[in-house]
Design a protein around this ligand. Sequence first.
Ligand code: OOG
Ligand code: MG
Length: 241
Amino acid sequence: MRQAIPLLSSSHRFDMEEAYGIQEAWMAYKQKAGDRLIGYKMGLTSPAKMRQMNVSEPVYGKLLASMLAENGERLSHASFIHPRVEAEVAFLLGKDLNGEDLTEKDVLEATDHLVAAIEIIDSRYENFRFTLADVIADNASSSKFVLGHRLVSTKKEDVATFGMALRINGELKATGTPANVLGHPARSVAMLAKMLARKGERLKAGDIVLAGGITEAIAVQPGDVVQASFAHLGGVEVLFV
Ligand code: OOG
Ligand code: MG
């Protein structure tokens, strides 16, 4: 059984830059303990997510090797606080991406493959509520993520406008297209590169980037089977036991 904590901002005063500093300190601690940085995630990039969480700006977090679960894996619901699932497009980078003015095209050219993904977010804060600074300090609610098996080349048709259906126990919970993410998920990756460039960091070949939830996040219960099906990218699934 895991427990939520009060907002950090209820007891400490910190700005957005300091919030990223808290995130970095936590990630450094994890890496020192043996974990490995394997990519990044963008969050709050779709209108549905911004509305749901009552924030108006995208944020990023870091992905560690320990967060990657297998497609079809059974995850223990009790190992989370109050998990929610999101359907996302993952970018697998083949080249470094660095710069403040990258275009959608630059991102797609640097991307080897696109993959269907489910992100499991789990805010450490009570009631899954937070300010922007709080959620940044919490590594953008990152908990686990799962990738599909189908690797799709970016040279093929544009995936942004193909449909996605999110089902739980076979019941349709949400639908959308990757275009819900800033008009095109590649734009989210370009925005991430810009945010990183301002801190002297860059995306590297081999990095995995989750571009952000396509629809609002859905809370899950023990026993739930979660499936995201993307026309074009195929399916990805995770179970809670
Ligand atoms: C913040 C993380 C949001 C996404 O894809 O929009 C996120 C939250 O809503 O807890 O991962
Ligand atoms: Mg997400």
